[in-house]
Design a protein around this ligand. Structure first.
Ligand SMILES: [Ca+2]
Length: 438
């Protein structure tokens, strides 16, 4: 009798737990911010009080992976796949005849399928032709630049002189060569306006700031105010932006039902990222491992740190889980649902392996499995270590000492694993979007 009475309670509990929580999601995706650029990750030269607060109220992820450069990183973020699988190269340029294939399912489309309001405010960089813009990839609204802020009018490139840098609203260019010192402020105002307008429904706010990509520019309130020069000024203004968004979430009593994520697209541009080796464009950790903070009050344990592997490729399956969206089982993904890394006190690894594709030809440059990282050979020392260089990231996070000679078995195992995974991706890669395609 007792046993029979227990069953409905169990079933009810199970159903309640399986109900998706459908949180709002705010995703800050900074351009060229490196691992050591903010207070929670050890920077003592810039003031980042709002990011410090985000870390205190949320979880710090020390092994969050992006890629060496811009477009490939955004492709991974949007699709849950390594960029090679979706055929997006390292960096797209104005007038390129390619973009992220409109047939791909993006994180914005995942949220749309569950009734979220979506917006992209900032840098897109997945194709500047109309059919590749954010509005064609699941974003209701778009305000920002289609590519990097150094792709200025008249600059020479393979496609000819670049057009004046365009600022879009929706699919319309509303200004050209806008005042760069106003980007952070204007994007932030747009973000606050969006949250206020959509407060009564689930929303996804994607905020890929243009700063801190060069040319650096801060508004009058921040210019010359930091102890670290122009880079410090822009970082402190980004921190202000985070503070503005957190404040409006508090004001509207949305904080408890909003997952806030702060991270970046690639390593610091020609600046060090201690304790990591390398910077932007490199497959050493400093080129690809990003500062990452996540806050979701009551769900993510406050003031904690997680060292497990995760990255851009994992956000799409994780967002699908949190929003209750169904993914097409026939569409291969590289990322995993890492929601356990957010919510559990001491989560186990979800995936133990990460692939490092290079920013040039998108060649597989290195593989990490657990604490071991093996370089597979390729371009020069900036982008990669020599063929077969093996590092133990637990003992040697700075990748200073190649221990391959002492571990030929590990070198062989990782090399075989890398070859197997790379071959699978190349065999199943999906086409890039082409301007002239039917
Ligand atoms: Ca970048």
């Amino acid at each position: 009798m007792k046993f029979l009475a227990f069953i409905p309670i169990l079933a009810a509990g199970f159903l309640a737990a399986a109900e998706p929580l459908r949180p709002n999601v705010v995703l800050f995706f900074i351009d060229d911010m490196g691992y050591a650029d903010i207070g929670p990750f050890g920077n003592k030269d810039v003031r980042t009080p709002h990011l410090d607060k985000l870390a205190t109220q949320g979880r710090k992820f020390t092994s969050y992976y992006a890629t060496p450069v811009c477009s490939m990183s955004r492709a991974s973020l949007m699709t849950g796949c390594y960029n090679t699988r979706v055929s997006i190269p390292g960096v797209l340029f104005p007038g390129d005849k390619i973009g992220l294939n409109p047939a791909e399912t993006t994180i914005a489309e995942v949220f749309k399928s569950k009734g979220y309001a979506t917006t992209c405010i900032g840098k897109w960089h997945l194709g500047d032709a109309p059919q590749f813009l954010p509005t064609r990839q699941g974003f209701d609204e778009y305000f920002g630049l289609p590519y990097s802020n150094d792709m200025l009018g008249g600059r020479k490139h393979g496609n000819g002189p670049m057009p004046p840098l365009p600022l879009y609203r929706g699919e319309t260019v509303i200004e050209t060569e806008p005042d760069q010192s106003q980007f952070t402020r204007r994007y932030t105002e747009e973000a606050v306006k969006f949250i206020k307008a959509k407060k009564d429904q689930p929303f996804f706010l994607y905020l890929p700031h243009t700063m801190i990509h060069e040319p650096l520019a801060a508004s009058a309130d921040f210019k010359g105010k930091s102890k670290a020069g122009p880079i410090g000024d822009t970082i402190e203004e980004i921190d202000w932006s985070v503070g503005q968004v957190l404040a409006v979430l508090d004001e509207l009593k949305l904080a408890d039902n909003t997952l806030v994520i702060f991270t970046s697209d690639n390593g610091a541009d020609r600046r060090p990222a201690p304790p990591l080796r390398g910077s932007k464009a490199s497959c050493f950790e400093g080129g690809v491992r990003e500062p990452c903070l996540m806050r979701w009050p009551g769900k993510i344990p406050a003031g904690t740190t997680c060292d497990q592997i995760l990255g851009n490729i994992d956000l799409l399956p994780t967002f699908a889980k949190l929003s209750g969206a169904t993914l097409d089982p026939d569409r291969l993904l590289d990322g995993k649902d890492i929601s356990s890394l957010l919510t559990e006190a001491s989560p186990a690894a979800v995936r133990d392996t990460h692939l490092y594709y290079g920013g040039g030809m998108s060649k597989l440059m290195a593989i990490r499995q657990g604490d071991w990282k093996l370089f597979l050979g390729g371009k020069g020392p900036k982008e990669s270590a020599p063929n077969n260089a093996l590092y133990n990231l637990k003992e040697d996070l700075g990748e200073t000492t190649d221990v391959s000679a002492a571990h030929p078995d590990i070198v062989n195992r990782l090399r075989e694993e890398a070859a197997r995974r790379d071959a699978e991706i190349l065999a199943h890669k999906r086409p890039v979007g082409k301007l002239d395609a039917p």
